[in-house]
Structures are given as structure tokens and as C-alpha cells.
Design a protein around this ligand. Structure first.
Ligand code: URA
Length: 239
């Protein structure tokens, strides 16, 4: 693929801007300055440098972010900063989208990709990908609350009762639960329907990926990492 095209589809700007980067001597491969924007370069395993930063060529890109509170999952946020402001501009230019959304006050694991099929697969209710949440409750949790969530609660506009796949109390006011639905405010609504109230919500896991465990062991709040092929396998066998 032509070098300028590689740079463009990896998010470094318009064709003209990418050509300029090359002409300014800002692009290197294996330490060598590339001065021909039209040079044909093999993309398999390609690592290149732009303005002294290393990049690996990725046909599609997959990213995990530890979302802090106070960020909206929108490109056009209304009252807060955008989660996209936590990602490098090259990823935003590649048009990565979040896989579902977290509320502005929810923290935790949020995935992004520019692979539409991947996003669709993980978002589809038919795929039953579980997401695990830790909810800080306004009132002490009880075994009756846990049982209600496991049995299913009625939510407005949901034709069937909505069930948690798992639910357990970690502390008097800390409830861990997993759900495979991606509905608006689903966890807060479920807990409200069961007679309690969520004060703080954190998503600790998405499919087989869990914050604090490899490959997300060192991911700090506000940070992001690329997900590699093996990580995607861990996420969902079909992804
Ligand atoms: N359920 C909610 O209520 N909020 C979230 O952010 C995610 C799931």
C-alpha cells in the first residue's frame, strides 16, 4: 500500500497532510526516513515512526478504556467532556466508536473499535455477552434484593422481566451483578425496580475481560490500551 495511504487510514490526517508529513521527513521505517509518499510498503507486521512515536499498522483497531466519571460517551457531549478526548486523535480520526455506552457518572471498562461487525457482535442482545458491574447502594442490600434481580424485575418498555445473570453482595452496600443487556440505564433501573438505589456504578468486566486482570492488569483510570487478537478471543469466542 502507498505510504501516504497507510498514514491516512491509520488516522494521521488527509491525504495531503499525510503527504506533507512524509515530505517533512517525519516518517521513518526501521530507522530510515521515508521521503516518498507514494512508496509501496507491505503492511503486514509494519511498525513505523511518525514524529518520533512508534505505531503498529492495524487494519482494524480495538481499544479498552478505563472510563473515569464525568465523561460522556458521545462525540458531541452536552455537559461534560467526551470519552473520545481520552483517546489519541489518530484513533478518533479512524472513527472508532464505543461498544455501547456508560452513563456520565459510571466508571469502568469501555471498549472502542472501528470494526463495525465487532461492535455489532458485542452489542447484539442475541450474543449474550455478559457485562459485570459493581453498584454502591443507597441502602443495605439484602438476599431478597439479590434474589429479585436473579428472578427478574419489570422495567418500563421491556416486554419481559429483566434478569441479572449473576448477583451477589460483596459488602452491605456493594452489589456485584452481571447482565447481558445493553439497555439505557439498565442496571440502575433494575436496582430501582427491586427497591434500592444506585449511588455509584462501576463496570468491572466485559465478556472475559476484567479490569485489574491481564491484559488490563495495569490499566489506570483514564488510560487506554490496544486489544490484540488473543485479547479479543478472551473477550468473546465469536468476536
Ligand atoms: N447500566 C446503567 O444503569 N448505567 C450504565 O452506565 C451502564 C449500565
Amino acid at each position: 500500500m502507498k505510504l501516504e495511504r497507510i498514514l491516512q487510514n491509520q488516522g494521521f490526517g488527509s491525504r495531503r497532510q499525510c503527504r506533507q508529513l512524509v515530505e517533512l521527513g517525519e516518517v521513518r521505517i526501521a530507522g530510515e526516513v521515508m521521503d516518498n509518499p507514494g512508496a509501496e510498503i507491505a503492511t503486514a507486521g509494519l511498525v513505523f515512526e511518525v514524529e518520533d512515536e512508534n505505531w503498529t499498522y492495524r487494519e482494524k483497531t480495538y481499544v479498552a478504556l478505563y472510563k473515569p466519571a464525568g465523561y460522556e460517551c458521545s462525540h458531541e457531549p452536552k455537559h461534560h467532556r467526551s470519552v473520545y478526548s481520552l483517546l489519541p486523535y489518530q484513533l478518533v480520526a479512524r472513527d472508532v466508536q464505543s461498544v455501547g455506552r456508560l452513563d456520565v457518572d459510571t466508571t469502568g471498562l469501555l471498549l472502542f473499535s472501528d470494526d463495525g461487525a465487532f461492535i455489532h457482535n458485542l452489542s447484539s442482545p442475541k450474543k449474550h455477552v455478559p457485562k459485570t458491574y459493581r453498584a454502591e447502594l443507597a441502602e443495605d442490600g439484602t438476599e431478597a434484593l439479590v434474589q429479585q434481580l436473579l428472578d427478574g424485575v419489570d422495567l418500563i418498555e421491556e416486554p419481559q422481566p429483566v434478569r441479572a445473570l449473576t448477583a451477589r453482595l460483596l459488602a452491605e452496600r456493594t452489589l456485584e451483578l452481571s447482565v447481558d443487556l445493553g439497555k439505557y440505564h439498565v442496571v440502575k433501573r433494575m436496582i430501582a425496580a427491586a427497591g434500592n438505589h444506585v449511588e455509584q456504578l462501576h463496570r468491572s468486566g466485559f465478556g472475559g475481560l476484567t479490569l485489574g486482570q491481564p491484559p488490563l492488569a495495569d490499566l489506570a483510570e483514564g488510560d487506554w490500551v490496544y486489544l490484540e487478537a488473543a485479547d479479543l478471543q478472551q473477550l468473546h469466542p465469536a468476536a
